[in-house]
Write a protein that binds this ligand. Sequence first.
Ligand code: HEM
Ligand code: HEM
Length: 236
Amino acid sequence: MPKPFALSTGFAELDAGAALRVRVWDLPTRVFHWALALAVVGQITTGLLGIMEWHFRIGYLVLSLLLFRLLWGFVGGHWSRFASFLHSPATLRAYLRGEAHPDLRVGHTPLGALSVFAMLAFLVAQVATGLVSDDEVSASGPLTRFVSSATVSLASKWHGAIGAWVILALVVLHVVAIVFYVAVRRQHLVRPMVSGDKFLEHEARPSRDGAGARLLALIIFALCAAFAYWISSLRV
Ligand code: HEM
Ligand code: HEM
């Protein structure tokens, strides 16, 4: 007997019934996620309250995290790779009709992937504009002196008046969607983002998450952080 939302949830991620435990989110992706969530809350708060020294510090952390995630999207665990959740409109339509392959529901679903890509894209735009923003009082991004004043003014407008609010809206939508899936559809999405594992009814390829992969992630993150540190040193 199909469950009320079986048409679009498709598979049941059950607490007790599902037999197969599969590593879906590798540790680097999980650490990235929760660090990004805290940092973005920090950025919206410090930005709106004008606590600019911390806004810059946390901003460089967001820059490092995003660079890391972009690279991890190519070399990370299977379900963290962009190729595993970049889908055609036809696949999205099939998913919405409940006709998609069960594998599409293991990592980010085609619908969830849209929100992930939107958040990442607007965050990249936010960091890029932040780097060349100027509040005309005391806070000036580290790269403002390398671009024209027209660019600085456009970037500042985007950064404060548009980008920050779009990000806030996307985050609210993200959290509301997650709460909906957990409370209404009874799919435990948050726990796998903590433990890494999902309980599935069918076999699925696990994400690589051994010591070697974690060491690789650490090295990539260290390089991204070094790059962000260099960018920060360009601020006069
Ligand atoms: C500022 C706050 C947040 C931001 C910017 C954010 C951003 C993201 C991003 C970028 C992803 C994709 C992960 C990846 O593939 O790298 C994601 C996934 C996820 N986030 Fe968040 N997140 C935030 C807050 C939260 C909160 C508060 C929760 C818990 C209620 C949450 C639960 C999840 C879950 C469960 C997933 C996996 C969704 C899936 O299974 O497709 N997030 N988030
Ligand atoms: C997740 C990333 C970020 C978010 C959500 C964010 C958010 C904000 C917000 C809400 C403001 C206040 C705007 C206003 O009151 O008009 C602001 C201002 C500012 N931010 Fe960010 N920011 C982010 C990243 C960055 C980064 C990486 C930098 C530079 C390293 C930066 C540099 C600035 C500067 C210079 C200002 C003052 C200019 C202005 O008011 O337009 N931000 N940001």
